[in-house]
Design a protein around this ligand. Structure first.
Ligand code: OAD
Length: 235
């Protein structure tokens, strides 16, 4: 099959070898925190100090990590692939853009962005939010992390849906397949007639849905797959 259009979905597993913790599993973020305490609008209303502290710490930690070989390989694919390509990430870190990816959408928001709960403006932000800085647009001291919390609508769903409907190949990298709607993208892609490939450390909840699954660390699997794609110009 000739591949022209590729959609790639990434999750926390692609950043794990950079030192960014994943969510689920023994060392995962959700082992140390209950999702309901830090990642819902209700949690933010109930205890904004705890929620801001959690995301301020994660934002600060980004300064100490670097893109790894998997991020860099996807940036190379973005630069060199002659056809359509869209990288959709569930990650809120900035490692894909620091690696050089351009055709990139953050469906769960970004740590380096602040969202004003008063005027709705999103502003690039690398500092803390816990000390109530004013919104650069409206001056209200109501900035929150620009993160899609449980119960909120992921970003860019129309563009993502259109890209998946038109893709020839859907590739899922480093995600557990536990959180919808991203976990359902493989089914959308199959419905659209695309080939589907999973690259993950170990089998995920979604593995049976994929045409092919390769298991191992992202820093090995992703550069090898990108090399193959760029050599063959097809899957
Ligand atoms: P998870 O922590 O649920 O899953 C990470 C996946 O990466 C697992 O399947 C691991 O096996 C795999 N993995 C770990 N290390 C890896 C490595 N070195 N190479 C390849 N794969 C590796 O993270 P996500 O699937 O991204 O949402 O979680 C989805 C969403 O749930 C997140 O975006 C977040 C979370 O709640 C929000 O915060 C809104």
């Amino acid at each position: 099959m000739t591949i022209r259009s590729i959609v790639i979905l990434t999750g926390a597993g692609i950043s794990a070898e950079s030192g960014v913790p994943t969510f689920r599993g023994p060392d995962g973020l959700w082992e140390g925190h209950r999702v309901e305490d830090v990642a819902t609008p209700q949690a933010f209303r109930r205890d904004p100090v705890l929620v801001q502290r959690f995301y301020d710490a994660r934002r600060a930690a980004l300064r100490n990590v670097m893109p790894n070989a998997a991020h860099l390989a996807l940036a190379r694919l973005d630069a060199e692939w002659p056809g359509e390509l869209l990288l959709v990430t569930q990650n809120v870190d900035d490692l894909h853009e620091r690696a050089g990816s351009r055709r990139l959408l953050h469906m769960h928001g970004e740590l380096n962005s602040a969202l004003c709960a008063a005027c709705g403006a999103a502003t690039p932000w690398t500092g803390d939010l816990g000390d109530h800085p004013p919104c650069p647009r409206c001056a209200a001291p109501r900035l929150r992390p620009d993160i899609v919390w449980f119960g909120e609508m992921p970003y860019h769903m129309d563009r993502i849906g259109d890209a998946i409907a038109a893709c020839d190949l859907f590739v899922s990298i480093g995600t557990s397949g536990a959180v919808y709607p991203a976990a359902g993208f493989v089914e959308w892609a199959r419905d659209a007639g695309a080939s589907t490939l999973e690259l993950n450390l170990d089998p995920s909840a979604g593995t049976p849905m994929f045409d092919e699954a390769r298991h191992g660390p992202a820093t090995q699997l992703v550069p090898a797959w990108v090399e193959m794609m760029l050599r063959a110009r097809s899957y």
